[in-house]
Design a protein around this ligand. Structure first.
Ligand SMILES: [Zn+2]
Length: 61
């Protein structure tokens, strides 16, 4: 599964892994995730595009 992050997956302040504490899927095919860094407490949102996880059609002839 591949997702494209238009926001930072890691904490923009300290670069640590962050915890997702809320996610919201929109009809436009994106999911907004609210993340919180466990190290410095920074909260921010990322927007992921769901269309990237749909495999391309390979049965073209
Ligand atoms: Zn941090």
């Amino acid at each position: 599964m591949t997702t494209t992050y238009t926001g930072a997956k890691l904490c923009p302040k300290c670069g640590c892994d962050t915890n997702i504490y809320d996610s919201r899927v929109t009809l436009e095919g994106t999911v907004t995730r609210r993340r919180r860094c466990p190290s410095c407490g920074t909260c921010y949102e990322t927007v992921e595009h769901f269309h990237c996880i749909i495999p391309p059609k390979k049965n073209r002839k």
